[in-house]
Ligand binder design. Sequence first.
Ligand code: HPA
Length: 284
Amino acid sequence: MTDSSEIIWQQLQEASQFIRERLIGAYSDMPLPTIGLITGSGLSQALGRLEGEERLAWQDIPHFPRSTVAGHAGELAAGKLAGVGLLLQRGRVHYYEGRSMSQIVFPVRLMKLLGIETLIITNAAGGINRSFQVGDFVLINDHINMIPDNPLRGPNLDQLGPRFPNLNDAYSAELRQIAHRAAQDEGLELQEGVYLAAPGPMYESPAEIQAYRRWGADLVGMSTVPEVIAARHCGLRVLGLSLVTNMAAGLAPGAQLNHQEVLETGKRRERAFARLIRAIVRAL
Ligand code: HPA
């Protein structure tokens, strides 16, 4: 182990100690959560407050990454959703913000240290598969990483996982089955597809989207894959869920891709998203 992995490990220890004292261990009536949930900026307010919620601002947690998105301070919340204990990360940091991979995945590793076993990772994505429509929910069943870095490069954090982890079944087939059943019970449609992580912050070019389509990508976004790699490295079970907020570049003639559309679709589908997440959490 070299210095850098020792420093990351030390920082994780300090942050988890702080959170145990100030958040999840601090309230005797709160069961220790085993489910973690990450909601990106477009969906971070969709669930409202958790039952019995206690929360910390990211900037108050030692070593937690700072969000660079103005007016979008991130929070880490503990509480119950549909009666189930949950650790909820509102917001995330992205590669395009200039953050290092170890900063991007710091919260995921922290969840592992805090006792989380199952991680639900959600995002807004562009639809590449033409059978998808704006507003659709899609379970991620595999990924393609086009972000030119990954969180496991460099000295391995032996305390967390192996040097050469595999990514077979990274998006647990068992969890997907549970999610499909939960969606069906709610009368919500749920598709499946392959998520491609692009570096951003620019949207992709139409030619890139055509190339990605031929590779087998169904969705494109700017997050999630680093977090999933880190989660699988440390043995967390992962469920990935995308909301199609727009059709990817060049697929909707005349449409101008912009962040506003992404946020508007997020807002419009907030209630359905909350229903779906509640149903999934109940069924896990
Ligand atoms: N491309 C990349 N990221 C995205 C998109 C997109 O079309 N929509 C939402 N996030």
